[in-house]
Design a protein around this ligand. Structure first.
Ligand code: UT7
Length: 301
């Protein structure tokens, strides 16, 4: 489709394969599939969930929220539902919001999902972006726990000055989607990759160091780091800065590419299922995305 090579993509990004859903598949169906797995693991029933948070930049509709669509599809009749717009950092923002609500006592069982159908906003004529993005979903159930385990600390930050480094110009009220068609590049993700790269390296490191500091921990205390999987070079540089050897970093970028808000929960779920996460392990998660937004969380499993 574009002038590129397998060699360029692998060495510059670490991506080997990606998943792309069928055009007729709904992003909410991936969210539901991930939510079902999380609910099975947590032995939760749909009526137990009292808040649904979905991080996504690719909802089925602009109105209503994707969280309301998932609520309908899953019959979660006792829940409040809302979306989080924080691009790739969205799942960790969701974790932080869930943590605060649980601590406040307002909600007791919260479903947090990161789900993206990025193929629907990828311009397959643009080699700066079309080799990077994939589709996927991941989910977690957050609830109160006893003792020392659980979310130890979270960190969130944004810098709204950099809108145009990573954005989808069309589809909002400024450029309503109806006025454009699929041949107009404004309907797709646009990214200034090298500028985003520089910010990502700095901010993933900052988020990781700050969240560890507020939990009273250091890089050497981390059992496993689960980073946003956008570029292997960003991950390596962040791990180096935080003092975490690459053997302690969970990687699946080769298989999925960049799935935005789905990336961290997809990797966390895989790490868990592959036996890489054990009770009392210290798990550090960090992400960076358009906005700009950057977030991290540290959990004692
Ligand atoms: O998910 C959250 C946010 N996203 C990210 O964190 C992504 C951050 N950025 C990146 O991962 C990297 O910047 C990219 C992978 C997007 C690009 O890698 P880079 O090493 O920063 O490349 P570049 O943009 O500086 O481009 C270097 C060269 C350019 O050619 P010239 O001008 O040197 O002749 C590009 O035109 O590579 C060229 N190029 C490509 N060549 C082959 C850009 N994309 C491609 C491609 N295939 N797909």
């Amino acid at each position: 489709m574009v002038e590129t090579s397998d060699e360029w993509i692998k060495t510059r990004t670490g991506i080997v394969e990606r998943r792309v859903s069928k055009p007729e598949d709904e992003a909410s169906d991936m969210a539901v599939a991930a939510a079902r797995q999380a609910m099975d693991m947590a032995h939760a029933a749909p009526e137990d969930i009292d808040l649904i948070l979905i991080a996504t930049v690719t909802p089925d509709y602009r109105l209503p929220s994707q969280a309301c669509i998932v609520q309908k599809k899953m019959g979660m009749k006792n829940a409040a539902a809302m979306d989080i717009a924080a691009a790739c950092a969205g799942f960790l923002n969701g974790l932080s919001i869930a943590d605060a609500y649980i601590k406040s006592g307002q909600f007791r069982k919260i479903l947090v999902i990161g789900a993206e159908k990025l193929s629907s906003v990828t311009d397959y004529r643009d080699r700066n972006t079309c080799v990077l993005f994939g589709d996927g979903a991941g989910a977690a159930i957050i609830e109160p726990t006893e003792g020392e385990r659980g979310i130890l600390s979270t960190f969130l930050k944004s810098d709204g000055r950099y809108t145009e480094l990573l954005w989808i110009p069309d589809g909002g009220s400024k450029y309503p989607y109806q006025s454009l068609n699929g041949s107009d590049p404004r309907v797709y993700i646009k990214m200034n990759g090298s500028e985003i790269f520089k910010h990502a390296v700095r901010m993933m490191g900052e988020a990781s160091l700050k969240v560890l500091e507020s939990a009273g921990l250091k890089g050497e205390d981390v059992t496993l780091m689960v980073p946003h999987q956008a570029n292997i070079r960003i991950i390596e540089s962040t791990a180096r800065r935080v003092g975490i050897p690459m053997e302690k970093v969970y990687l699946n970028i080769a298989y999925y590419g960049n799935t935005s808000a789905a990336s961290v929960p997809l990797a966390l779920n895989e790490a868990l299922r592959n036996g890489k996460v054990k009770e009392n392990d210290i798990i550090l998660m960090a992400a960076f995305g358009g906005g700009l937004t950057w977030s991290a969380a540290v959990v004692r499993w």
